[in-house]
Design a protein around this ligand. Structure first.
Ligand SMILES: *Cc1c(COP(=O)(O)O)cnc(C)c1O
Length: 228
């Protein structure tokens, strides 16, 4: 079932990329495995998938401890400073940096480990009071604080628009995130990137996100079914 779902989503990714005149190889699929058992991750891995997303640090640690090293995790949940160490140890990318202090804490941990880490800034593009993330207006200030941190490579932006059953309702938010990233890039931010990463789009709206320029999509339910 998981293998078939992955196959179906990969062909939907290819179709959306074609519609948008894009190369589907520039779009990474994060299989969001939060509240799914490790066995589900192994099933996807057996089907050739290696990139997963987790929201909770303890759950990520437990899975990291038992799963093959070739499996890579993006951390996509709200991150508290006191859980940074474990999140850094277990993650290939942290997508949810939304405040300068968190960037400092991550940077210190990375220095101890003598490595660098790719991160994204989470932007609350819809001003949704229920969601974390910096505001669009404050993103440049946050980038000013994060860019000098030697162990971070700030690769781009991530967002979660307000939930809607109609994927077309997400389109303006995705469009705005892309405009924000391009504007910041033109100002000289994301200096290590030829193009900034845009992590946007979930099970119900990833095709629209791809049409609007997503380079990372985060899909859970459409791959694994309902969460426990
Ligand atoms: C849970 C989650 C997803 C996946 O949501 P689905 O609707 O199951 O695809 C994507 N991104 C974030 C940040 C999430 O928390």
């Amino acid at each position: 079932m998981i293998a078939e779902n992955l196959q179906k989503i990969n062909s939907e990714i290819a179709a959306a990329a074609t519609r948008a005149g894009r190369n589907s190889e520039e779009i990474k699929l994060i299989a969001v495995s939060k509240r799914q058992p490790a066995s589900a991750i192994l099933e996807a891995y057996a089907a050739g998938h290696t990139l997963f997303g987790e929201n909770y640090v303890q759950e990520l640690e437990e899975k990291r401890a038992i799963l093959p090293a070739a499996i890579k995790f993006h951390f996509i949940g709200h991150l508290q400073s006191n859980k940074c160490k474990a999140a850094v140890l277990c993650s290939h990318m942290i997508e949810t940096v939304d405040r300068a202090k968190l960037g400092d804490t991550i940077n210190k941990q990375l220095r101890l480990e003598n490595r660098r880490l790719d991160v994204l800034i989470q932007v609350n593009i819809g001003h949704d009071p229920n969601k974390s993330g910096t505001s669009a207006q404050e993103t440049a200030d946050l980038l000013d604080r994060l860019t000098p941190l030697s162990q971070l490579r700030v690769c781009g932006l991530m967002t979660m628009p307000p939930y809607s059953n109609n994927p077309e309702n997400s389109r303006p938010f995705f469009h705005n995130l892309r405009m924000l990233a391009e504007d910041l890039h033109a100002q000289g931010f994301f200096p290590e990137m030829k193009k900034p990463e845009l992590s946007m789009g979930m099970s119900n709206d990833f095709a629209v996100a791809i049409e609007e320029g997503a380079t990372i999509i985060r899909v859970g339910t459409a791959i694994f079914g309902e969460r426990q």
